[in-house]
Design a protein around this ligand. Sequence first.
Ligand code: AHR
Length: 632
Amino acid sequence: TIDVDSGGTGPAIDPDMYGVFFEDINRAADGGLYAELVQNRSFEYLPVDNGSYTGLTAWSAVSSAGGSGTAATVDDDARLNERNRTYLKLTLSNTGAGAYGVQNAGYNTGVALEKGKRYDFSVWARTDAAGGTPLTVSLRDQAGTTTYATAVRVSVRGDTWRRYTGTFVATGTTDAARLTVQAGGAGTLRLDMVSLFPRDTFKGRPNGLRKDLAEKIAALRPGFVRFPGGCIVNTGSMYGYDAASGYQRARAYQWKDTVGPVEERATNANFWGYNQSYGLGYYEYFQFAEDVGAKAVPVVPALVTGCGQNRAVDDEALLQRHIQDTLDLIEFATGPATSTWGAKRAAMGHPEPFGLDRLEVGNEENLPDAFMARFVKFRDAIKAEYPDITIISNSGPDDMGATFDRAWELNRANGVEMVDEHYYNSPDWFLQNNRRYDSYDRSGAKVWLGEFASQENKLYNALAEGAYLTGLERNADVVTMASYAPLLANIDYVQWRPDMIWFDNDQSWGSASYEVQKLFMTNVGDRVVPSTFSGATRTPEPVTGAVGLSTWRTAARYDDVLVTSADGTQLFHDDFSAGADRWTPIAGRGAWSVVDGGYVQSDTAAENTMVEAGDENWRDYDLDVKATKLSG
Ligand code: AHR
């Protein structure tokens, strides 16, 4: 029986409670949401980004009509600019009608084209050939036997960098085309930023986003967009590009690297093992958030590295620079077009402020004390200028153990307004922990469940996540934001699963979790209506004295058992599924190890130690526990 108190007043639910978390993981940006079709367009793939890279990754040499030459990537004084350092140098030795050049393999199976659609080509080039260098740009299959558009012809003139453009109209549909750039004549031709964009991007934005992916995200009607990560925010070096000290790869994500003309943006080694072009940068993130009607929620690094690096950077001058960068970011988002950073935003095409009412400092640092010392400095500096902006902290990594507890202790002690929690757990965990937030302090920090997912992409996972969201909504006075993670995965470049939306170079599809998130995100209630359930199932049954674990299973009285100790601490769970015993220790509670095919838990006291010696040969231990019969 469900009793609904229709006149009761449960907590109000923020209409923007559900949002999305975008991180450039699984090639979510280049080769994903960012609509650029050319891979390694600026020849900045370096072996330090990924051991398999060279400057010519995704490129190969081509020639026609007996053309000849050499192709090499070069980082010298002839570069396009200080940030876009490496370029392609073609040394041409063609005679007659011969042409020599390179072709790009795109992502996945190649460059995806759709018949009748327009594609905009551009390239930066310079030549030392006195009469100029003719370029023929084509879209064709790998063997060069099928063409997918009339070729674009460009005449490069002069030995200074200039941008050249052209447009294709696709005459066929394919997911495996190649973009080919071939040059005639002799001499040295330098190329950089070889680019091909579909004209049909999301909302028609230049330098825009892939339409099918952006539309799937928009269909969620997200209340917010958290970006740009995750681990890519606070890993690597904290130093930005510095011409005096040399070009440093694997920098922590620094927003100033990612704005301005695309050919002047830095590229970076990505924490997830590949190059990131930053073509999808902070301007594009803000624009995307605006286009889908969501609040933009940036995350900035706090000079403590996370995600296994676990290092605190002690450099007060650098810290102050990062704090100033964050103040500049807020000006970029909210300042008038007459302000320094508002003017840069306006120059990129958005004179009106984007707006910003919340910002996260740091991501999953597992050095809570070092993090909080820095967080407080960020917060104080921001609040002094922007008192209405909510500054969000975090609860450390997903360990729910000592680090988590210490992080929360510090968040409370420092009066933090909102704490970002992350966890990835089994679907059973999500079912068992529906009441997690019932006991959170109602007058303390708000919680943002900034990253969560149950650990597969099956229907059961999606249902468990949906069930869990009801627990978040019941606690909407505490949990005010929630976002599944990760959002996107390119099937050929996966670093993390499960994911919400999957894609290749011309198709995309939502997981079952996507459908459940969409259901909740597009049906956000105004207020929780209090309700109670009464029924015959799932009544906790205290178990005292000697308990035979085998009895629990074979007598079928407990076919799915959650065990808690007398003080309510969850110890383990066994759903007896698939004929095998699946002991699932509750995260962060005691250390578990496998002994003789069984499990030993060393928790706090001897009475909580149990041994399973083998599947059919369980030993009985005296357990001072309570068992909750979950079903059956
Ligand atoms: O969502 C994938 C990763 O999980 C994020 O980068 C990080 O914040 C978390 O550990």
